[in-house]
Design a protein around this ligand. Structure first.
Ligand code: C2E
Ligand code: MG
Ligand code: MG
Length: 535
């Protein structure tokens, strides 16, 4: 060391003299050992390429403290181009480093639980998945989304305190191989490494359940736990998908059970189900854009007037023939349409097709016949539903009195008032309203009196009842008589046998629909059926 400035004392704690000619200590000894070879390699590269030197490292001061420094330097060459000396200045950047660390900490930590957050977990997983390792890795998320309902009742502060308390309890489980993160304000995620088998994961779940169960019972909220064992060949680029799958598993586990906690493992079946849903979404979006529309069509199931023994109408039932999945039942694709809100354009298409069919049968001379259209709650509550519906009625040119809309009972569980007023407006125009699947959902008889409807469709489950129980005991007859007391047209669904038909006739049911008469048919076959049956 040929020259040392007086600033050395402040930076290193050593006088310039102690360092000069390495009298008491060499500068290399002050450099924290883990940086020494890196720095030396850097100098060698700089010398070779005739560049300037820059590096950030730590030194150990005389009093034993670590300091972050930034070194700027360059080699001095003699006339022949040989290195004569190395020259540089070393600046204390500890304060900047501290700030950087605080910022990093702030962006990685959640303040109120003092847990690492999702960003950190994502980075950690990405780094871990870069390393080839035979260690087993799994994620377990405790999904407490229903805490949100508490927020709306007791305020944000209350739910935050609750989450904080839960986090404190769950922290007790944390160990070297099992870390805890707050990945969303109402979700806590464990990252487990180097475990032996599924049993270890279940044991972890049990410990969590023991902590959470009393809390959710008291607060009347529900909790779902999703568990995802990372496949050995997971790639760093898949972190996003991994976390999404984990969340999905927890949502599956999230049954509205206010008193206990459930878990679901993400597995191949779920993966397939997700792929199926994605395919469905894709095809439905295409159809909505007018691409290969023929994949989506309606079938019509005849409805029989039991007193006249004549076809008196049809129920329009949506059908989807997917390119990849083949025939998909409406109970599988209607929820997808509802979730993606595509039910609005599809609903309009269903109404237009059904009414066009109605127009056609009327023109064929079946003026008495009606068409029944299934409507989802989302459709019914969409903006200007009544007006848009009536616009199509006018455009196609059919009488409203021959149009029936069907709604399931569950629809009335929420937004009761709003739905009821839409139904009232439809009925003012002459359109008929039926409650579908009657008897399966929530049915307060008291409320039934206040609902704007003309008809009930008794669910298939009650037809099965006729066959199973001693005929006199089946409650189906009570439902029929109840409906009739309220002056509703009573329709029986899912009639499959003669015994059922005879029973319905004996108790004065108005109409029936089911495989005993006919399956849902394509437009042309439906017309042929009506012609034959009503001859
Ligand atoms: P839903 O409105 O209660 O329709 C009756 C269902 O029972 C139909 O099933 C029909 O094919 C079936 N079915 C009729 N007779 C029998 C029988 O004798 N035995 C048996 N086992 N089943 C019978 P599908 O077509 O699978 O429709 C299922 C549900 O999907 C419908 O129940 C309805 O809630 C919904 N859905 C169908 N089309 C539409 C639509 O255009 N819009 C909306 N929002 N929902 C629809
Ligand atoms: Mg129906
Ligand atoms: Mg039904």
């Amino acid at each position: 060391m040929l020259y040392v400035s007086s600033g050395s004392k402040e930076l290193t704690g050593y006088d310039a003299e102690s360092l000069l000619f390495n009298r008491d200590v060499s500068y290399n000894d002050i450099i924290a050992p883990r940086y020494r070879s890196q720095l030396w390699d850097n100098w060698k590269r700089v010398i070779k390429k005739h560049q300037k030197f820059r590096d950030v490292y730590q030194i150990i001061t005389k009093s034993g403290d670590l300091k972050w420094v930034y070194e700027l330097g360059e080699p001095i060459y003699d006339k022949d181009g040989n290195v004569e000396a190395l020259e540089g200045i070393v600046i204390d950047i500890s304060a900047q480093k501290r700030l950087e660390e605080t910022l990093q900490h702030k962006s990685d930590y959640n303040e109120w639980t003092e847990l690492l957050n999702r960003h950190y977990l994502e980075r950690l997983l990405t780094e871990d998945l870069k390393k080839k390792s035979l260690q087993k890795r799994a994620l377990l998320v405790v999904n407490l989304n229903s805490v949100q309902t508490l927020t709306s009742v007791h305020g944000y502060h209350y739910s935050q305190e609750l989450m904080k308390m839960i986090a404190e309890e769950l922290k007790k489980i944390v160990c070297d191989r099992c870390k805890l993160f707050l990945t969303h304000e109402n979700r806590l995620t464990f990252y487990l490494k180097n475990y032996k088998s599924k049993d270890d994961l279940l044991a972890l779940y049990e410990r969590i359940a023991k902590i959470i169960e009393p809390i959710i019972m008291m607060e009347r909220i529900s909790c779902g736990v999703g568990i995802y064992e990372l496949p050995a060949n997971s790639k760093p680029s898949e972190v996003d998908t991994i976390l999404k799958n984990l969340l999905l598993a927890s949502e599956k586990a999230y049954i509205n059970d206010e008193r206990s906690i459930h878990y679901v493992f993400f597995d191949v079946a779920m993966e397939n189900e997700i792929q199926r849903e994605r395919q469905l979404e894709k095809e439905l979006a295409e159809i909505s854009d007018g691409i290969s529309e023929e994949r989506f069509f309606l079938q019509y199931q005849p409805i029989i007037d039991l007193k006249k023994n004549k076809v008196c109408g049809f129920e329009a039932l949506a059908r989807l023939k997917s390119d990849v999945l083949g025939f998909v039942p409406p109970l599988a694709f209607i929820p997808v349409l509802e979730r993606t809100k595509l039910i609005i354009p599809f609903g309009r298409m269903i109404v237009r097709k059904s009414l066009t069919f109605l127009k056609k049968i009327h023109e064929l001379g079946f003026e008495e016949m009606s068409v029944s259209i299934n409507i989802s709650a989302i459709q019914l509550l969409s903006e200007n539903f009544t007006k848009k519906f009536l616009d199509i009625v006018k455009e196609v040119g059919v009488v409203p009195e021959k149009i029936w809309v069907e709604l399931t009972e569950s629809v009335f569980a929420s937004n009761y008032q709003e739905i009821n007023s839409v139904l009232g407006r439809l009925m003012e125009q002459g359109i008929r309203v039926a409650i579908d699947d009657f008897g399966t959902g929530f049915s307060s008889l008291y409320r039934l009196l206040a609902i704007n409807i003309n008809s009930i469709k008794i669910d298939k489950a009650f037809m099965d009842g006729i066959e199973l129980i001693n005929i006199d005991e089946a409650i189906t007859k009570d439902i029929i008589s109840l409906g009739q007391k309220l002056r509703y047209t009573v329709v029986a669904e899912g009639v499959e046998t003669e015994i059922q038909k005879d029973y319905l006739m004996a108790y004065g049911c108005d109409r029936a629909q089911g495989y005993f008469f006919s399956k849902p048919l394509n437009e042309q076959d439906a017309i042929i059926f009506a012609e034959k049956f009503n001859k």
